[in-house]
Design a protein around this ligand. Structure first.
Ligand SMILES: NC(=O)c1ccc[n+]([C@@H]2O[C@H](COP(=O)([O-])OP(=O)(O)OC[C@H]3O[C@@H](n4cnc5c(N)ncnc54)[C@H](O)[C@@H]3O)[C@@H](O)[C@H]2O)c1
Length: 339
């Protein structure tokens, strides 16, 4: 049984909590035993974010609430520490949790800089503990299907592709930490990063990239990146929208034999005759997928091959390249691995 203690019990933490509850209910060997938040209100109400929760938690097994995470980790001795804190806290808290001897899952973005990510990777190696960054989109069934379609060339080779992620401005979170943390709170670091990470998991590292950022509300309220591969270019777009607006994300990938699209939560394939068919995928989200995967890694003592922290660090490296390109007016930059 993997015993879990969560640090940060705000917005995205509620989706993690839901996954732990559901998996425990259906017999996966995982249980939330404790959670910590400096704001006691977080234990009284369920914070709502830009994506609706998948359902209501009923008959939840009791867990102990804390306001001090060091006290919680000392008293509870969990197997896994799940960190859902504002991004500036990721590196210091991950490092300390690893040092204390716990396996760690931490929300994306991994850290504020690539150099910080490398320190985190080294800390996990030194501690002999697993560290996984919750890059949930890789584990979302619609994107898992795309990965399979690309790897197995189900529709031939890829000709062009576009990934997008549009969200209302985050209005939850009591500390307004996104507005205060500069680039770390931008839509590039908060939204685009999901697709950058997934694109790299599917297509590998690009040869060149460019990025255009436009600043209106947050430091950057619109981001468009181009990841250039020898055979095709991937466009990745994201934006915050300051309105009562429905979050939407998806992809459109053109293959030799037709177009595969993920939109409105579904996957479709349209062939050259214009015939569109729905592709059935598992009814689950990426957070459920990543938690199930990591629990299995810990339970079975297997290697995390799908998104080891070194790979996630590379995502932050790409993010830094995107900023570099944007600062140079959208210049096309050569991508030197691990720069
Ligand atoms: N995977 C996703 O799709 C997704 C979606 C949203 C957010 N995120 C990421 O999750 C992280 C958290 O974002 P959020 O939207 O949940 O933020 P949030 O502000 O809603 O939640 C953060 C919580 O941490 C608590 N906190 C702050 N300092 C603390 C401390 N020292 N000890 C204990 N608790 C403390 C706050 O009180 C708050 O409840 C961010 O890194 C964000 O990028 C990921």
């Amino acid at each position: 049984m993997v015993k879990v203690a969560m640090i940060g019990f705000g917005g995205i933490a509620q989706a993690h909590r839901y996954a732990y509850w559901l998996f425990n209910k259906v017999g996966l060997p995982v249980q939330l035993i404790a959670a910590c938040d400096t704001d006691p209100e977080k234990f009284k109400t369920v914070t709502k974010i830009n994506i609706p929760l998948r359902g209501k938690i009923e008959n939840e097994r009791p867990f102990t609430a804390y306001s001090d995470w060091r006290e919680m980790l000392t008293k509870e001795q969990p197997d896994l520490v799940d960190i859902c804190l504002p991004t500036p806290f990721h590196k210091p808290v991950v490092m300390q949790a690893l040092e204390m001897g716990f396996h760690v899952m931490c929300e994306k973005p991994m850290a504020e800089t690539y150099a910080d990510c490398l320190e985190m990777v080294a800390a996990a190696q030194k501690a002999g503990r697993e560290l996984m960054i919750a890059q949930c989109v890789q584990f979302q069934p619609e994107y898992e299907y795309l990965q399979k379609a690309v790897e197995e060339q189900l529709y031939g080779k890829v000709i062009a592709s576009e990934f997008y992620r549009y969200s209302p401005l985050p209005s939850w979170g009591n500390a307004k930490w996104r507005e205060e943390s500069g680039r770390t709170g931008s839509c590039l670091a908060e939204l685009n990063i999901h697709d950058i990470d997934t694109v790299q998991a599917i297509f590998g590292l690009p040869e060149q990239l460019s990025c255009d950022l436009q600043s209106k509300v947050y430091p950057y309220d619109f981001a468009e990146s181009q990841f250039m591969y020898p055979t095709h270019t991937v466009t990745i777009k994201s934006a915050w929208y300051d309105a009562d607006y429905v979050f939407n994300a998806g992809y459109r990938v053109e293959f030799e034999k037709g177009v595969l699209e993920h939109r409105e939560g579904k996957v479709f394939f349209t062939d050259h005759d214009g015939q569109t068919s729905g592709i059935p995928v598992e009814d689950a989200d990426g957070i459920m997928g990543e938690i199930r995967y990591f629990v299995n890694v810990l339970e079975d003592h297997t290697e995390n091959r799908r998104n080891p922290p070194k790979q996630t660090a590379q995502t932050i490296y790409s993010l830094e390249k995107c900023y570099e390109s944007a600062d140079a007016g959208g210049a096309v930059l050569r991508y030197e691995v691990g720069g």
